[in-house]
Design a protein around this ligand. Structure first.
Ligand code: UD1
Length: 418
């Protein structure tokens, strides 16, 4: 329940990145002994992945207060990721590459559908075949095997560039017996962070952050520490929230502007106050928001994970703008919900047109996925009266203590159970 009309003023701490932590957790399975991952956020997707990893007999210990997760694969005895868990979170499919790399075989459920359209895994599977894996389907499961227990390695060109497939192929290739080359690889900071952490523990990966990754297989990954990065999507979300809510002045700490890619340039077009520090970003809302159209693209382009939030802000801009998603053309389930709040927003194919500025008024709206949910909360923060956002469990997958963080800077949000 969100009471709108309160400016955000104060400091918010950015949590560790969900999308960067998940690959590190999978990579821990490749190590000879325990891996401790720092700055792990307290999120349901992390808890789900802990369960997936535990299913293999791997020991998982989460020191929640310290945000430190220790994963020790020494006792790994099973190589299965079951449907009951994989269907809850698609990134569980990282178990395919991790188990293939660690043990030479994997039985991992196919993830199935998604609330915002088809999300195929063809590149993950074709890529693993190119690295030398034998792939079969059995009862909704992918069975991946390395002949003679270890992948030989190989070359694969990814079209389109996929974050998930790049992560999976890196996991599969790190301990291969030979060399692998991934072309048109994802350049997202999440991939770079994975490669950097693996390299400090003995991997030989070059080209991270460029479209060509070269992985020389190594015999072992040492036990040690992996460092997670700040959540760039949480950072972008709060930057947009602060810019859109009149009278706001927010400082985000424990974050890294360099991971935002071109988002900062796009954000600058809003003429909001923007001060970038070494690990902080201060945002002050401007009196007027100009219409700024965006199109999503792979990193360093505008992230698809921020388009719903941007479209929500554009309902408060003076004029017409568009938001186009080239990565996930169906990711617009928030549009009819924003209309319920009074927005003038219309979807055609992979583009929405927003005519601002609309006076939003509180209503009941339904969350459909993670980024749509946070956008509805943000809309509630500028709407008159009270907005009720239903099914907020989507939020808990990817935003740590969202209402506590927002309330600490002046928002008025209550979580009520149904
Ligand atoms: C990751 C992020 C997600 C983000 C997305 C794009 C995680 C856990 N999730 O998802 O938050 O929105 O990147 O930045 O990190 N594709 C194929 N075949 C495949 C795989 C992907 O055609 O086998 C296509 C997809 O349909 C999509 C594009 O590639 O159009 C990019 O998707 P991808 O980068 O794979 O997204 P995810 O890794 O699933």
């Amino acid at each position: 329940m969100i009471q709108g009309g309160h400016p955000l003023k104060g400091t918010m701490t950015i949590s560790g990145s969900k999308n960067a932590a998940l690959p590190l957790m999978a990579a821990a399975l490749l190590a000879d002994g325990p891996i401790t991952i720092t700055n792990v956020p307290l999120l349901n997707d992390i808890f789900t992945f802990n369960k997936v990893i535990s299913e293999t007999g791997t020991q998982v210990t989460f020191a929640r207060e310290k945000r430190e997760l220790t994963i020790d694969p020494a006792q790994m005895s099973s190589h299965v990721a079951p449907y009951e868990l994989v269907r809850k979170m698609r990134a569980s499919f990282y178990m395919t590459g991790a188990l293939l790399g660690a043990a030479g075989h994997a039985r991992v459920s196919l993830p199935g559908g998604c609330a915002w359209g088809p999300r195929p895994v063809n590149l993950h599977l074709e890529g693993m075949k190119a690295l030398g894996a034998e792939i079969e389907m059995d009862g909704g499961y992918v069975i991946a095997k390395a002949p003679n227990g270890r992948l030989p390695g190989g070359s694969f060109t990814m079209i389109p560039s996929s974050v998930g497939a790049t992560v999976n192929l890196v996991l599969a290739a790190v301990r291969a017996s030979g060399k692998s080359v991934i072309r048109n690889a994802a350049m997202e900071p999440d991939v770079v962070n994975l490669c950097d952490n693996l390299n400090t523990l003995g991997a030989r990966i070059s080209g991270a952050g460029t479209p060509v990754l070269t992985i020389d297989g190594v015999d072992c990954i040492k036990s040690g520490t992996m460092n997670n990065t700040p959540d760039r999507i949480e950072t972008g979300t709060f930057m947009i929230a602060a810019a859109m809510i009149p009278g706001s002045d927010v400082t985000l700490t424990d974050t890294l502007e360099r991971d935002l890619g071109s988002f900062t340039d796009t954000f600058s077009k809003l003429h909001a106050g923007l001060e970038i520090g070494e690990s902080s970003i201060r945002i002050r809302s401007a009196d007027r928001i100009p219409p700024v159209s965006v199109e999503t693209a792979i990193y360093p382009g505008f992230p698809t994970d921020l388009q719903a939030q941007w479209a929500t802000m554009m309902t408060q801009a003076d004029g017409k703008s568009t938001v186009t998603d080239h990565i996930y053309p169906d990711r617009f389930s928030y549009v009819p919900e924003l209309v319920r709040l009074g927005a003038d927003i219309e979807r055609r194919d992979n583009m929405v047109t927003i005519r601002g500025r609309s006076k939003l008024k509180g209503a009941s709206v339904m969350s459909t996925d993670l980024r749509a949910s946070v956008s509805l909360v943000m809309a509630g923060l500028v709407a008159e009266e009270e907005t009720e956002v239903l099914r907020v469990y989507h939020l808990d997958r990817g935003y740590e203590k969202l209402e506590d963080k927002l309330n600490s800077v002046g928002a008025v949000i209550r979580r009520v159970s149904d």
